[in-house]
Design a binder for this molecule. Structure first.
Ligand code: NAP
Length: 481
């Protein structure tokens, strides 16, 4: 792999994301040669760290992730890190930062290339983008901006942020991270659909009855009650991860695997996304809040959560497109906190083709995204004795050795930023459509709140409110997981 000269500036260099994800990912890119001699990383945050202290933190982060590593390699890697105490709201601090970036650019021959990584609270993204522009922090080579989620809290706020970013970065230079797009089995959706004639030929409304996407979390809101109460499951999980998964499942075949063609196919699909009206939200969506037990808090008793809160910690809903291979096929989703287990799973349920065997069990394709990485086909075969049918699961899975080789999503995505591959990032037009959908649901819920309706309370560590099975358009359908 080529050595790609770059000065990378990380806003939030002392934060959790930088420590747990970004520094270990950069170390692996260093070991693989993508960044080597000609790179420098500036970590910034307000606390008064020294370069040496940051380097110690980087070494700790690498050890915590990978255990023992070659110490000479690690020392050489960490020597490329510099710390700049910087308050992102203070314009003067950008002058110092710019000077340091220029010095390091010369010292490491980085050819004016810059990657800016916004790894801090989203409320600061717009301010940072504006100051990068007004203080002219961009370099004379390539300039790329990595933005963490969430990108806005509604279409309106996302539009404001996008405008601020467009002050110094064109759309091709913006890499909006959705770390689900870095996951092995999410990246496997298109190859599964498009490289297998037997799957490609059934990927249509004649064969697929419905699709079910479940993104279940075992934990509650923990210490993030304040943030979560202003967000909720719809904004926190559906607007990004669930919609990206659904888009990959339903998009038409792109003209090629080039990032521009992939995004063109996604956009063509999303143009036909049906935006739900109030009646559709009432019939096709269920929202809930986890209740308490003797040993656990109900959501509304969690620290920093409004006791009268109507924020949903669970949502089930349905999505439909007018175009694409799954035009008209209902796609159901659900996500929530304090569910039975942590699991992300996609079930593609096929129509029951009644034939000479009468009613058979449904065939299905299950993609296990987390914690397992697996694809299973559930099919019917003959019982050994008697004339009946039995169901079997055929699994495509990794050996433990293969599983160990699967890179972390962040490593993949940061690699893609270096090589300028935007395939697995969210483009503005996609994001805009997702927000249009989410805003429509939120507006309908707001009206429900005003008329006295509340989210349903569900028992923790189960599969959410029982009412979530009522969203199926066909009453004989059901969640298969
Ligand atoms: P965090 O641990 O709270 O880190 C926030 C960082 O921002 C710290 O380095 C903090 O350092 C710095 N900061 C705060 N105010 C500042 C200011 N005025 N000027 C300069 N620096 C300031 O947050 P995080 O968990 O790393 O999350 C960062 C972003 O990543 C968020 O957008 C989050 O949604 C996203 N994300 C995080 C994770 C994760 O696993 N952590 C996963 C997915 C997405 P000082 O206090 O020293 O200034």
């Amino acid at each position: 792999m080529n050595n790609i000269p770059t000065v990378m500036i990380i806003f939030g260099g002392s934060g959790d994301l930088a420590h747990r994800k970004i520094y270990p990912a950069l170390f692996n890119l260093y070991r693989s040669g993508l960044i080597h001699d000609n790179f420098a990383v500036i970590g910034t945050a307000r606390r008064p760290w020294s370069h040496e202290y940051l380097r110690g933190q980087v070494a700790d982060a690498v050890h915590e992730t990978y255990g023992e590593v070659d110490e000479t390699d690690l020392e050489a890697f960490a020597s490329h890190f510099y710390y700049q105490s910087h308050d992102v709201t203070n314009v003067e601090h950008y002058v110092t930062l710019k000077k340091l970036a220029q010095e390091l650019d010369e010292r490491y021959s980085c050819q004016g290339n810059r990657i800016f990584y916004m790894a801090m609270a989203p409320s600061f993204f717009g301010t940072i983008a504006e100051h990068i522009a007004d203080q002219k922090l961009t370099g004379s080579g390539f300039n790329r901006l990595v933005v963490e989620k969430p990108f806005g809290t509604s279409l309106e706020t996302a539009e404001v942020l996008n405008k601020q970013i467009n002050g110094s970065f064109d759309e091709e230079q913006v890499f909006r991270i959705d770390h689900y797009l870095g996951k092995e089995m999410v990246q496997n959706i298109l190859p599964l659909r498009l490289s297998n004639p037997m799957i490609k030929s059934i990927w249509n409304k004649d064969c697929i009855k419905n699709i079910q996407v479940t993104l279940a979390e075992r934990l509650g809101v923990e210490a993030r009650g304040g943030y979560y109460d202003a967000s909720g499951a719809m904004r926190d999980m559906v607007q990004n991860h669930i919609f990206q998964i659904i888009t990959l499942l339903a998009m038409p075949e792109p003209a090629s695997l080039a990032d521009t063609d992939i995004h063109a196919a996604k956009e063509a699909l999303l143009d036909s996304l049906e935006i739900p009206d109030e009646a559709e939200v009432a019939a096709g969506f269920v929202r809930g809040q986890y209740g308490g037990t003797e040993t656990t808090f109900a959501y509304t008793s969690e620290p920093n959560v409004d006791p009268e809160s109507k924020t949903e910690t669970f949502v089930a809903g349905r999505v439909k497109f007018d175009q694409g291979p799954l035009a008209g096929v209902p796609i159901y989703f659900r996500t929530g906190k304090e569910m039975k287990e942590k699991r992300t799973r996609i079930d593609i349920v096929l129509k029951d083709m009644a034939g000479i065997y009468g009613e058979t069990g449904e065939n299905s394709i299950t993609i296990e995204v987390d914690p397992a990485s697996e694809i299973c086909l559930t099919i019917n075969g003959k019982t050994i004795q008697g004339g009946g049918l039995r169901r079997e699961r055929l699994a495509y899975k990794f050996s433990p050795e293969e599983q160990a080789q699967v890179p972390d999503g962040y490593e993949r995505l940061i690699h893609d930023v270096f090589v300028n591959d935007s395939t697995n990032f969210t483009k503005w037009k996609e994001l805009k459509r997702y927000w249009e959908f989410v805003d429509a649901v939120e507006d309908a819920w707001q009206k429900q709140n005003e008329s006295g309706q509340k989210p349903l309370t569900y028992a923790p560590y189960k599969m959410g409110p029982a009412e979530s099975k009522q969203i199926f358009a066909n009453p004989t359908d059901h969640w298969i997981y």
